[in-house]
Design a protein around this ligand. Sequence first.
Ligand code: NOJ
Length: 744
Amino acid sequence: MQSIKSFILQAIALLSLQSTLPAQNYQPSAGINARVEALLAKMTLEEKIGQLTLYTTDWGSTGPTIREGYKNDIRSGACGNLFNSHSTTFVRELQKVAVEETRLKIPLLFGFDVIHGYKTIFPIPLGEAASWDLDAIEKSARVASAEASAAGLNWTFAPMVDIGRDPRWGRVMEGAGEDPYLGSRIAEARVKGIQGKKIGDPDAMLACVKHFAGYGAAMGGRDYNTVDISEKYFREFYLPPYQAAVNAGAATVMTSFNDYDGVPATGNKFLLDNILRKEWGFEGFVVTDYTSINEMVNHGVVANEKEAGELALNAGVDMDLQGGIYQSYLKKSLQEGKITEKQIDEAVRRVLRLKFELGLFEDPYKFCNAEREKNTLLAPAHRAAAREVSRKSIVLLKNDNNALPLRKTQKIALIGPLADNKTELIGNWNGAGNFNDCVSLKEGLQGASLQYAKGCEVEGTDKSGFAEALRIAGQSDVIVVAVGEKAMMSGEAAARAHINLPGVQEELIMELCKTGKPVVVVLMNGRPLAIPAVAEKATAILETWWLGTETGHAIADVLWGEYNPSGKLPMSFPRSEGQIPVFYNEKNTGRPFDPNSKWTSKYIDEANSPQWPFGFGLSYTTFSYNNLKATPETAATRGLAAGKQVKIRVSVQVANTGKVAGEEVVQLYIRDLVGSTTRPVKALKGFQKIALKPGESREITFNLTQDDLSFYRRDNTFGMEPGAFDIMVGGSSSEVKTVRVDVK
Ligand code: NOJ
């Protein structure tokens, strides 16, 4: 029988799923600074540098391990923080060394990449972004944080908020796609979910917004590559999600591997000091990415590692992740006068503040309750939350002849290398997830009349399985074929120059299409793919990304119509690699596309438009948009008092015109027709996810603010320029109703 204690712990787990408080920038709480100063006054230089040092532990086949050198560094106070160590027993063992064997007994921070779940694995972040459901996304981060904090952790290297416009870049799977507005709202939701009601609660961790900044603009989509974009472009399209995360209270920030304006981000004072600390008022600490101080030697901006450490500290980096540079060289740099002790002290203060904030000095083992760990990980409420957001993340890309939903009477041929697979479902950056806990698609469809054949592998040229696949296809009413990428084909260091379906998977689909039976393609992948032949020939296509632990249940819910798909793409899918980057919020150019004129901006061998644009996604029902109205407050109606902000009230009537209930993401875009700098042809400025019964109609309203109409003007100031604006509302970036307003 369940003990009362474990019942209470489960109740806490359920309560922790509830929504959190409104966001605000992290500010040290009262009394913390005095405690920090008192401790700082007792510290030696070596101990101070130790607080700025972060090392990894390992996870070998026999369990967790730590290199002997690092353990000694903890003992001497030379290493004040660890990452990759998790589970209450291992964390307790290491924390014990810090608080029992060191001179000042300063507890360690324990960081880990909890990106889309700790043990209960949620959809990959790009997939979850397709839900456009901020409550569900916040809840997902809340569950991840509740689980990870129950397993000893107090710091996660998330959220990743890099804008992803290049699907060749493998790390687009970790972010929220191509749009700064959607990316900002999701960044806020994730920070709120991770940090919970407040830092210091036992089920909350420190968030770490990354990678600051502009990592997503790596040239050619090649990971770790150079970034070179104008400051205006950078501020308008790349910076907003980082700022939103900071404003939502993110306690820490991780630098990025790339350079910006010729200076690596890890040594970039303009980014770390001018923008992050001075403009945005960030009061947490900055950690590097993995050995990114050392890599400044390769970037060619310093001659050696000692200089790299000086550049980083002078730019505003507080903590060195795995590079060991601060540990090896800061003392010497100080003796040579290249840095000051005041700078070191300031960095140490920032780190210590958050250790106090977390309550580690009161109870260094507060995240190490083994019973809580047992009751929290994979709790039924967590799996239920994962199933909920997983089905919301699925995007219906095509549905000819209403092939979907399937009927229970249909005989199904279930085919494809990912149909009966579990190993890939947890995707990349899968925390402590175990693929054996996943529900496969085949398991999700249990009870259906179905036959299964693998057909082929994800990669390779072997077609020997085609015959069996075609045989069972011939005996079926409908073919469901699950194809895609392997989990490790996206994420870090996984750029692809060819973003097609790997191996012979596309050939398998083409053979199946020749049977004349309806072919439902279930895609599992970590980036937009270029699959024009599949787009043309398949009867129906579901984009399911990698959904994690509850994959099979979530896909089955959608296939059966027990859940009506409502996901919308957070990133455009190109027709071919040659179009990349292709994104919706482009500029008009001096020669905008005109099909009747050769001398306009286009390809001679490819369309300009993507295969499926940002914001696109079908439903088993249909929605109509009518009566779009936009009423700006003019100078006259708002009074001429200086400083009064412009507002535009937008309303639209949205109706469910089909036969089943469904959810729609109502999207609002604007275009500023004349600006002192070129403006995007569309820019998302609002969205609402609504549920409508068949025949139901509802007026949806938005209130646009002056900030929504503002941009970085020719003189680099941020503000609005009066004039004509197009206000567009619809269910996709490519299908909108438009009304023009004059803002005075
Ligand atoms: C390198 C990755 O770029 C970063 O995202 C991650 O947090 C660190 N490694 C730590 O694992």
